[in-house]
Design a protein around this ligand. Structure first.
Ligand SMILES: *Cc1c(COP(=O)(O)O)cnc(C)c1O
Length: 390
């Protein structure tokens, strides 16, 4: 008999009932150190007092009005995001997948309005942009698309990291190039700064729109507010979600005025997107995370954690192969199957998340304390040791 929850997930046998900072507390009282943060979502940990206050205050005042009216909280968040980024304009969604949908529509509409037949969007192998029919067509990965055809046409995949193949793939029907500056689900693979610069140049030469998917790597995760800032280049369109809501469902598409030119009155909409509750929390997240001093701390902690993880890998060469990533978006390439490492982590009350390429991901809350970093290493060391003696 089918379970009452559609069984598309394999779930670990934990029932968390409470969260405090970097800790998740199980129904039986066990405390797990959460280095997954709901897959890069809980950027300020669990039950952050300022987020809780912002949400509660808003809940006592006004939960929802539709986008048929002005929404002050949404206006404030849009102003914060445009002030802090390359973007001139923002549309709010409820998820990263919805942001992907709009990014695709926006890019295609741009060329359509110019009277040009440029509809093809180039994405990369290993990419993840969500699970909608457009997002799976963008990724093209067999395990996501199999059985769901016919797929939305107009997507092409180029091998991740192959600049020459990308150059060859861009034609006069190319609409946009879409990529994650740091691939997340693909195994924590940062695109080198030089490649992002080269990609920007290639898009400029060919007039192609550049779409960055910063759903996982954005909102302070890499130590900059947005990951592409490290390379000193900006996209035309950017997808954001996960961290921006700190645990409340919220996403956004940010764009330049030029790239957004086609999205005129009535061309897109969302019932919930950018509602007062979501934006009240989004503003609270941005107030904290966009502060330079906060991002300095992310970089300091990322450096410390990274160094300790190098030691962990060196101490357990039969379990781990290497450390990679950017800021607090870290991948441990495993020698043992990553699923075993994740399981062993659960047994040692530390939560890490699997990714492709036999990687386990560490995406801790960005405000993780130094003491919790030390505790993370203790637990990861114990985890690795438990695998060795198997
Ligand atoms: C998680 C993710 C998405 C999809 O976001 P949802 O909120 O799950 O719809 C898209 N792109 C990237 C890079 C992601 O990590």
């Amino acid at each position: 008999m089918i379970p009452s929850i559609l069984p598309t997930y394999s779930r670990a046998p934990m029932n968390f009932v409470k969260g405090e900072g970097c800790w998740l507390i199980e129904a039986d009282g066990r405390r797990f150190l959460d280095l997954g943060a709901g897959i890069a979502v809980n950027v300020l940990g669990h039950a952050h007092p300022e987020l809780t206050a912002a949400l509660t205050r808003q809940a006592e005042t006004l939960w929802h009005v539709s986008n048929l009216y002005n929404i002050d909280q949404q206006q404030e968040l849009a102003d914060r995001l445009t002030e802090a980024s390359f973007a001139d304009t923002v549309f709010f969604t409820n998820s990263g997948t919805e942001a992907c949908e709009l990014a695709v529509k926006m890019a295609r509409k741009y060329w359509s309005d110019k009277g040009e037949d440029r509809t093809e969007i180039i994405a990369f192998t290993g990419a993840f942009h969500g699970r909608s029919t457009a997002a799976i067509a963008a990724s093209g990965a067999e395990k996501m698309v199999k059985g769901f055809g016919p797929l939305l046409p107009g997507f092409k995949q180029v091998a991740f990291g192959d600049h020459d193949a990308l150059r060859a793939a861009i034609t006069d029907t190319t609409c946009a190039v879409m990529l994650e500056p740091v691939q997340g689900e693909g195994g924590i693979l940062p695109v080198p700064d030089q490649c992002l610069k080269g990609l920007r140049d290639l898009c400029d030469e060919t007039g192609t729109l550049l779409i960055f998917d910063e759903v996982q790597c954005g909102v302070g995760r890499t130590g900059k507010l947005f990951a592409h800032e490290w390379a000193g280049v900006a996209p035309d369109i950017m997808m954001v979600a996960k961290g921006i809501g700190g645990g409340f469902p919220l996403g956004a598409v940010l764009a330049t005025e030029e790239a957004a030119a086609g999205m005129t009155l009535g061309t897109h909409g969302s019932t919930y997107g950018g509602n007062p509750l979501a934006c009240a929390v989004g503003n609270a997240v941005m107030r904290i995370v966009a502060e330079p001093a906060f991002l300095d701390e992310v970089n300091r902690k990322a450096g410390a954690l990274r160094q300790k993880l190098e030691g962990l890998v060196a101490a357990h060469p039969d379990v781990f192969e290497s450390v990679r990533g950017s800021g607090l978006m870290i991948g441990l390439k495993c020698k043992r199957p990553n699923a075993e490492v994740v399981q062993a982590g659960f047994a040692n009350e530390v939560i890490v998340v699997p990714a492709a390429d036999n990687v386990v991901r560490l995406l801790p809350p960005l405000n993780i304390s130094d003491a919790d970093i030390d505790e993370a290493l203790v637990r990861l060391d114990r985890t690795a040791a438990s695998l060795k003696t198997d």
